[in-house]
Ligand binder design. Structure first.
Ligand SMILES: [Zn+2]
Length: 197
């Protein structure tokens, strides 16, 4: 699935299972960190752009470096180091990490039917076992789009009570502004629904 869908799903799980903004941010971040192994795409584009020898970092390492057990352990350890409740965050990180793998397994196919993305659970050490589902859904298909819309709506609803949102994963000040706007809209909407005296 796309990084924004992973982020929304992991943030919602984090918002429901943590009791402070810091741990929530860490668990949410863990939901997208496996895709850091796709950053080779930038290096590939740069080498092509600069006219150097073409590189294949994205093709070789995406879904191979951080989409297995090693990635899960590294990300859980890293996030737990910064957490308030370390064990709880480590376990929740492992949960959202494996949800990421499951979502990629189910819905990350490219445009062509054979453009499947397997999961190498022992990557980057071994390509065996290789888990692949031939019915994998398209990344840009209806299921992924609708799931993203539903998760987005949910991620706009939860901050009204919590006081922090998915924006806080990146910037705390921007998050305060964002939640303030959401609450203002909610208050205006409630006001409009009240009968005039
Ligand atoms: Zn992924």
């Amino acid at each position: 699935m796309s990084p924004e869908t992973h982020l929304l799903a992991s943030w919602i799980i984090a918002a429901k299972t943590t009791d402070n903004a810091r741990d929530c941010r860490l668990v949410a971040l863990a939901g997208i960190l496996p895709d850091a192994d796709g950053l080779g795409l930038i290096a590939d584009a740069l080498t092509g752009w600069l006219g150097g020898k073409p590189t294949q970092f994205y093709a070789h390492y995406h879904h191979y470096l951080l989409h297995g057990a090693l990635g899960g352990i590294l990300i859980a350890t890293l996030m737990a180091c910064f957490a308030r409740h370390r064990w709880r965050v480590a376990l929740l990180v492992l949960l959202v990490f494996h949800l990421h793998l499951l979502c990629d397994f189910v819905g990350s196919r490219g445009p062509a039917p054979e453009d499947l993305w397997p999961i190498f659970y022992l990557g980057p050490f071994d390509k065996d076992p290789m888990w692949v589902w031939k019915g994998q859904l398209r990344l840009d298909g209806w299921f992924n789009r609708w799931l993203s819309v539903v998760l987005f709506a949910w991620a706009l609803w939860l901050p009204l009570r919590l006081g922090y949102s998915v924006v806080g994963v990146f910037n705390r000040r921007a998050d305060q502004v964002f939640v303030g706007v959401l609450r203002k809209w909610r208050d205006e909407w409630v006001q409009r629904g009240r009968p005039l005296r």
